[in-house]
Design a protein around this ligand. Structure first.
Ligand code: ATP
Length: 143
């Protein structure tokens, strides 16, 4: 099957643009597996992992929500933020997780709980995606 072009963009930058063989996206209604020749579709994404297969290679991105459109020969992702697994700063994600948990555990009038929950979700997705890359490469995922 001939590949399909995947473009992932945020307001800040073009994150990824390549011909790929399979995408598994975090749709709001569950995981969405997309092969070339998929029927056209528009959907909303939630914070989660996006897996991409290109030939024999597989990698993931951390997506923090957005929109996905499938056109006949193209997948376009407009993401709130997106990082490829090799771009994720693990220490930063751990710090964001710690901060968000602290806010959730000690609520006060000036803390927006929903915002803290969303920040926690983003940090957990980044950690999961970064650790998965380490595992794929045979490295210790905890370091
Ligand atoms: P933080 O509190 O660490 O800023 P955040 O969840 O509030 O995390 P976002 O607002 O989602 O961050 O993203 C802001 C920008 O920083 C985006 O360009 C995003 O891709 C990037 N970014 C956020 N966290 C990381 C990370 N751990 N590694 C690499 N880039 C990151």
């Amino acid at each position: 099957m001939s590949p399909i072009r995947l473009d992932i963009v945020t307001a800040e930058r073009l994150v990824y643009s390549e011909d790929v063989d399979l995408v598994v996206a975090p749709g709001v209604e569950g995981e969405l597996g997309i092969l070339p020749q998929h029927t056209p579709l528009m959907t909303t994404l939630e914070a989660g992992e996006m897996m991409v297969r290109r030939g024999v290679e597989e990698f993931s991105l951390a997506i923090s929500g957005g929109f996905l459109e499938i056109r006949p020969n193209r997948i376009i992702v407009l993401a709130d933020s997106a990082e490829r697994d090799d771009e994720i700063d693990l220490a930063r994600a751990e710090e964001a997780q710690r901060r968000a948990r602290q806010r959730i555990e000690s609520p006060s009038a000036d803390i927006d709980a929903a915002r803290a929950e969303a920040a926690l979700r983003r940090s957990l997705v980044r950690l999961k995606v970064a650790q998965k890359r380490r595992r794929r490469r045979g490295e210790n995922p905890q370091v």
